[in-house]
Every structure is written in C-alpha cells, then in structure tokens.
Design a protein around this ligand. Structure first.
Ligand SMILES: [Ca+2]
Ligand SMILES: [Ca+2]
Length: 351
C-alpha cells in the first residue's frame, strides 16, 4: 500500500461503513439499511511497545490525538486497559492488546507467552465488544531478544496474520490488518536480526494480499531512530509520536483504498450498469447511508444519477428517465458488458 504524506485527513469513516453494507447492496441492488454512526474500532496489538512500557499510553496516546485531529471517530479496543494516560482514560480510549514480554508464538518459548496461542481468548466472532475494524501489529522484538528460532519467525507471524484475518475462518475476517516493522533494538548484536526480520515483512504482506486477506504494511522502523529510544527496546515520547505518525498514515491509506469510486453504488470496484440499477431502485429515497447517494446530501435523485453518469465515462450512459423494467435492466447490463464499455476498478497494492 502506498504510504505518502498526501494521505491526509479524509472523510473515510463513511466509506468503511458503506463497505459493511456492500454485501447487502450486491444481494438486493436496492435500498440499503441506514448506516449507523459508530467509531472505527482499532486494536493496537503487540508487546510492551504497544503497552507503552515506561511511557504512559505509549504510542497509543499520540495516535489517539492524531486520529482526532484527522477527524476520524475511533475507539481503541483490546483485552487490556493498563498504562493509559489520563486523556485516554477520560476519552474511554484506554483499551489495547499490548502484552509486555510476549513473543509471536509462545508455544516454542520456554519462558514467554505469545500472541498466537492466546489471541483466541479475546478475539473472535462472538467477542463483539472487542472486535476490531483495524488491527495495528508490532511483534517480534522479544523473539529477537531471545534469538527464538528467528529463521522461522516470519512464518509464525504469517500464521498469526492468517489466524486473525483469513476471510474464511479468521478471528476477525472483516478487519484490516496493518503490520508494522520493528523499531530499533539497541541491545548489542540485535539490530541486525531486527533488520533481517523487518526486511521480510513487505513480501510477507504481499503474499497475504494475494491470498485475499486485508493486510497492509507500514514501515514503522523508517520513522524511529535510535535517538528516539528511551532504553534498549522502547521508544521515548518522540519515538512514540513517530510510531503514531506511521500508523496514522497506514490507517488513512487503508481507508482511502476502500473509498468507493464516485458512482460505484454497489461498492464492487466497478462503475457500470449495476450501479445504475442501485440508483434506479433507490431513486426518491432519503436518509443517511444510502449507497446511491453519490453527492452525500441524504437524497437519492437526479444529481446522484449525474454522479454515476459522469463517472461512467464518455460513452453514452442510460438515461435516468428511461427507468427500465427489471427485465430491461438485465438486458441493459448484458448489452453494456458485451459492448465492453468502460469500467473502473479500484485496487489496493503494496509497493
Ligand atoms: Ca459498481
Ligand atoms: Ca444525493
């Protein structure tokens, strides 16, 4: 996924909400249920860097501030609520899943717990109070410290990603997973294995994307320098703010990637006749969360037809007044596809 400074604040929460209704749109091609305003649920997941060892709130405190400044309505979720700042507590944002001292998979460690064998206990389909929309992960520092079978550490991380976001049987199959690289490790001899671990991550994430999992990579390590560390393994306040910067861009880039193209009323990545059908069936409706409300004024009308028509391209689009019958609509779909008229697809990529 592209990471750039251009990824500034965007009205993207609506996009995530409409994503949740995409299946309904595809199935019914009709009026969608009204979207309910709800915060974007973010789970900070990892070890003591996520917990915030020796720094109240860790990177979570500045990230919350930056999310607020970006205009995003978010809620931190997780199985822990320790080590907050007073501001996080006051805002009800104290939750996280940062587990100090943990490795990726504790089943191979003689001394440490890990995420892999424990995460089922707080994350799963039935654990609605915690279920995240986005997971932010940094894990592996303790594997490096222990020299814990590092050759296969990426495999363990890969298994953990799949365990969480596998579309078929993951613990949070609808969540997006943002994998962060590891910040500097100042213990003697540990930066090289940290770098080696980090170097594998982009390719690993790409493999998971190709498998249909919603995963992206954020190179947190490129933001945080050794001067930003408070001890051997943990960031100071400056470093924590930089981690927050990295994850904020990762979140914004993900939200941008799922933003439907103008006129893509059934959220399938294409602007085509199926979207016209969604508009036609909803024409005249009003209220929040309407998929065919292309200009966001909570009314579905000719202006939204124009949004779809203009996105469709230079070719003649079906007239709004034609209002074809369902059978005529199907014929229209077939004829348009046969003619190979313009389609647009939105694809999120890693680079
Ligand atoms: Ca579409
Ligand atoms: Ca409208």
């Amino acid at each position: 996924m592209r990471m750039s400074a251009a990824a500034s604040a965007r009205p993207a929460l609506t996009a995530l909400l409409t994503k949740r209704f995409a299946l309904a749109a595809c199935l019914s091609l009709s009026l969608l249920p009204a979207a309910v305003a709800e915060p974007l649920r973010i789970m900070p997941l990892g070890d003591s860097v996520t917990d915030g060892f020796a720094l109240a709130g860790g990177y979570r405190a500045p990230l919350y501030s930056k999310l607020q400044q970006a205009g995003l309505d978010t809620l931190f979720v997780g199985d822990h609520a320790n080590n907050p700042t007073s501001a996080l507590t006051a805002a009800g944002q104290q939750n996280h899943s940062g587990h100090s001292g943990w490795v990726i998979d504790g089943r191979i460690s003689p001394t440490r717990n890990g995420l892999a064998e424990n995460i089922d206990s707080w994350l799963g389909r039935r654990r609605v109070p915690i279920g995240p929309d986005i997971v932010l992960l940094m894990i592996g520092t303790n594997d490096v410290i222990d020299n814990l079978q590092l050759a296969t550490a990426p495999n363990r991380l890969s298994d953990l990603i799949t365990r969480i976001v596998d579309p078929n049987d993951g613990l949070a199959p609808d969540a997006h997973f943002i994998v962060g690289s590891l910040i500097p490790n100042r213990q003697a001899g540990k930066q090289a294995p940290t770098d080696a671990f980090n170097a594998v991550l982009p390719g690993l994430v790409a493999q998971h994307q190709q498998a249909g999992e919603s995963v992206s990579f954020v190179d947190v390590a490129s933001y945080v320098h050794t001067s930003d560390m408070s001890d051997l393994y943990h960031p100071n306040a400056t470093g924590a703010a930089k981690i927050a910067d990295a994850f904020l861009l990762g979140i914004q880039d993900y939200l941008e990637s799922i933003q439907p193209a103008p006129g893509d009323y059934n959220r399938d990545g294409l602007v085509d006749a199926a979207d016209y059908t969604v508009w036609r069936d909803a024409n005249g409706a009003s209220g929040p969360g309407l998929a065919a409300d292309g200009n966001g004024d909570q009314q579905v009308d000719q202006q939204d037809y124009a949004v779809w028509r203009d996105a469709y391209g230079p070719q003649p689009a079906p007239a709004a007044t034609a209002a074809p019958t369902p059978s005529a609509g199907c014929l229209l779909c077939v004829s348009l596809m046969a003619a190979g008229l313009r389609q647009r697809r939105v694809v999120a990529t890693v680079d």
